[in-house]
Design a protein around this ligand. Structure first.
Ligand code: SF4
Length: 231
């Protein structure tokens, strides 16, 4: 597995659990507002230091009993054919596994769920259907995203949907369209855009929406979900 980063402790990435986050290299999307271009763009990936898989698993062995879970994110973890083996090794050490995904690979998602290799899934919903490819920076087969959404809803696995709300790209009406699309669904989180390093540097100059506007959006979409919060 190509590991491009490791956050040794997170209190927020795995709801209710003390966890570590592992960042896998490579992604099939090119979201202009992506915060991790070093894990996505081939010209940046080549300069990204790798963490040997052995070091990662040695770390997990050391932290057994202290950490409860591992968050696997990227990049896009599901592009890696060896993801099931990777999850299995983590689970064998006694950890819960959370997968963060863009939802583009429902086949892999189904496999991981059927083999009971993951315990929690977060899918980033980038935009309403009509704007999906624009948000992802590549042509997206939206049917694949819908398949992933349905797989999660039909499974018993704990899951959430979430959207990074990006000024100049998303307006309240876009988030309402996403909410209607996902409905019925349990958990939906809104994340305000942070103008840090982005895949398209133009986005670094964009100011995040004021908190009040996020609250206004949250109020509008809350009726569609059991839980809807701003992160
Ligand atoms: S934000 Fe987009 S480009 Fe960046 S890792 Fe996620 S899916 Fe890939």
């Amino acid at each position: 597995m190509e590991i491009g980063g490791l956050q040794k402790l997170t209190l927020i990435d795995y709801p209710g659990r003390l966890a570590a986050t592992v960042f896998l290299i490579g992604c099939d999307f090119r979201c202009p507002f992506c915060y991790s271009p070093e894990l996505v763009l081939p010209e940046k990936i080549k300069d990204q230091p790798r963490i040997p898989e052995k070091d990662f698993f040695d770390f997990l062995k050391e932290r057994k009993g202290l950490l409860e879970g591992v968050v696997i994110c990227g990049g896009e973890p599901t592009i890696h054919q060896d993801l099931p083996d990777f999850c299995e090794k983590i689970k064998k050490l006694g950890y819960l596994v959370k997968l963060d995904t863009n939802g583009s690979n429902p086949e892999m998602l189904k496999k991981l769920i059927n083999k009971k290799l993951i315990d929690y899934v977060a899918i980033d919903i980038k935009a309403p259907k009509a704007k999906y490819s624009q948000a992802a920076g590549v042509k997206v087969d939206v049917k694949k995203i819908e398949e992933s959404i349905d797989i999660l809803k039909e499974s018993k696995i704990d899951h959430e949907f979430r959207t990074t709300v990006v000024p100049t790209f998303h307006k309240k009406e876009d988030i309402l369209k996403i909410a209607r699309w996902l409905n019925p669904a349990k958990k939906y989180y809104l994340q305000n855009f942070r103008p840090e390093k982005t895949l398209d540097p133009k986005f670094e100059k964009i100011k995040p929406y004021p908190q009040e506007y996020l609250v206004e959006i949250q109020k509008a979409v809350s009726p569609f979900f059991e839980i809807c919060q701003i992160r």
